[in-house]
Design a protein around this ligand. Sequence first.
Ligand code: GAR
Length: 207
Amino acid sequence: MSDRTRIAVLVSGGGTNLQALLDAQQRGQLPSGEIVLVLSNRADAYALERARKAGVPTAVTERRQYPTQAAFEEAMLKEIESHGVQMLILAGFLAILSEDFTRRFPERILNVHPSLIPAFCGKGFYGLKVHEAALARGVKVSGATVHFVNEIPDGGRILLQKAVPVLPDDTPETLQKRIMQECEWVLLPQAAEMVAASLLDQNEKEI
Ligand code: GAR
């Protein structure tokens, strides 16, 4: 049995959260986990470049290459299984995952969401749209949440949350930047280590 939990990070875009995870690993702040695969649903995601620079294997599965959601997910599962992955982290992964997929990994998929769930979450709330909605509602604090993924969009058990103030002259972009820097990039590596460590414990108990 491996002494580190094998992690796949799923991405769609710029990959700054992936970078936070890679940097944490590099600094020794992810001692219970190892990022063994970066899987993107977009061939042009800059996150793939970040993975390559860090020497982490990459794979691309684009939804449009497959006739059905099931075939798309089967292709992802193949990559995940061939790398012996035990835990998944959605780091700005914007494709839908079906219940069939999420049920295979109960409390083994983490997601980072850029609001204080249950505010501004669920279907249609992703990326800048979340911050636009928060500003339109006039909230005075916002933040980020790391939670487990189940069949309900942004509905799984919450692991960590952190809040920051919303400032009077914020734009969606400035609010997004503050939440990324002060919340997401801090919480995601912490939650990754928590879950990776607890999965190692579970494995030991199962032996
Ligand atoms: C992050 O802000 C992440 O929280 C958000 O997309 C951004 C990805 O940035 N995710 C969602 O909105 C999921 N509902 P990144 O590619 O630079 O990590």
